[in-house]
Design a protein around this ligand. Structure first.
Ligand code: COA
Length: 376
């Protein structure tokens, strides 16, 4: 592969919302909602016509998931027991939309770090698990805000959107159709989370990441070679969200809990861990990389237990924080952005020649691997 068709990661960018919710704050609000709900339905509960709701617990959340806090775009309404959902002023068509706003911030950081002028970028892929609207594409709005002359489109592969975006961008480079592509993942997951659901109310957080994928001959001296990318999908209903434009046809179906994130967490855990571990090992074999020699794994940040097991199967021993860093504790599950945050925050210390793996997995099921090697 010549330098002009060899894809590399030139830089990354991160936008973190200012506001953050601790487990203690989250559980206090959830339990206030439960108490209000049970008091309001006391007669039905006493008559056995309705089951009471149960309190959540800080200890459970931390033990089951490893999450201690999450950033959100709108803290107050999420914690208000009478709302328990993000709320913001609807923006006009002449204003930058919210996903575009945070996406642009992450992109600007990536461009700045690479010393790249937006006019030299060819394409913007907005890869995220939820889009603010069907069209015009978020990517086109971000492209316009950044002043990029080229093209953009949105893609959604849930928690694997960013790695699918990286492979798509890499393929543009490999085919000679582009030399510089931004993959941006504004994940405002607080909007798809059911904050009233005890099983999942603690899972998600908001963030935006950007990855600048370029041809090697176009990249700054400090970059990461993309050694190989691999994608996989296997249909499953175990993580599902039925929200969509066709729901409008049946208003009685439009507001239910199934129009938000729903999962069978235990099944996901049991089925996705072996699938992803095997995928990593097979892909390492194809690329002639000894998986046990990987210097660092930047894994999808959904659950500390899943990452512990996957890392152990890949590396052959229990991974420490240095080998498999966690950002889940302060960010929660940020869907497709999680492995990119981990890479962004924990990659500068690696030495020239070190090999690592960015890996995502989630709804679909979907999984993506991006093996990278530090060049300088
Ligand atoms: N507070 C206190 N207790 C809770 C609780 C909460 N918020 N939520 C559930 N529980 C209780 C349950 O009632 C259950 O009690 P029981 O055993 O008496 O019936 C017990 O805790 C276990 O519940 P379960 O849902 O089976 O927990 P879990 O150990 O499987 O952990 C997840 C739940 C979601 C954290 C875990 O399954 C997971 O992370 N799965 C991976 C899926 C994932 O991350 N998906 C994201 C997309 S990639």
């Amino acid at each position: 592969m010549s330098d002009s068709t060899h894809p590399v990661i030139s830089s990354t960018g991160l936008f973190t919302p200012e506001e953050s919710i601790t487990n203690e704050e989250l559980v206090a609000s959830f339990n206030a909602f439960v108490d209000k709900h049970n008091a309001a339905n006391a007669d039905a509960i006493a008559a056995g016509e309705m089951d009471p709701l149960h309190h959540s617990s800080v200890e459970f959340i931390e033990k089951a998931s490893g999450i201690k806090a999450r950033h959100v775009m709108a803290k107050q309404p999420v914690l208000d027991p009478d709302i328990m959902a993000p709320r913001w002023e609807e923006r006009g068509n002449d204003e930058l939309s919210m996903m575009a706003e945070i996406g642009v911030k992450a992109c600007n950081q990536a461009l700045e770090r690479a010393g790249r002028d937006p006019k030299d970028v060819d394409a913007v892929l907005c890869a995220a698990s939820n889009m603010e609207r069907p069209y015009p594409a978020m990517a086109v709005e971000i492209q316009n805000a950044l002043g990029i002359d080229g093209f953009g489109f949105d893609m959604n592969v849930a928690c694997s959107s960013a790695t699918f975006g990286i492979q798509t961008a890499a393929d543009y480079i490999r085919a000679g159709n582009a030399t510089s592509v931004l993959v941006v993942s504004p994940e405002i997951t607080s909007g798809h989370l059911n904050w009233r659901d005890r099983d999942s109310h603690f899972i998600f957080g908001d963030v935006a990441t950007a990855v600048l994928v370029e041809s090697r001959d176009n990249a700054p001296a400090q970059h990461w070679d993309i050694l190989g990318t691999k994608l996989k999908t296997v249909f499953s209903n175990n993580i599902r969200n039925n929200f969509g434009f066709l729901n409008r046809a049946a208003p009685e179906n439009a507001g239910g809990a199934d129009k938000l994130f729903v999962q069978e967490g235990r099944k996901v855990f049991k089925e996705v861990v072996p699938m992803v571990a095997q995928m990593i090992i097979d892909e390492a074999d194809r690329l002639k990389i000894d998986p046990q020699s990987l210097r660092r794994l930047w894994l999808h940040q959904a659950n500390a237990g899943m990452n512990r097991l996957i890392a152990q199967r890949v590396l052959g021993h229990e991974a420490n924080e240095d080998e498999s860093p966690t950002v889940l504790d302060t960010y929660g599950n940020t869907s497709s952005a999680g492995s990119i945050i981990a890479f962004h925050k924990h990659s500068e210390d690696l030495a020239r020649g070190d090999t690592g793996l960015i890996c995502s997995f989630g709804a679909g099921y979907s999984a993506g691997t991006v093996f990278v090697r530090k060049v300088a």
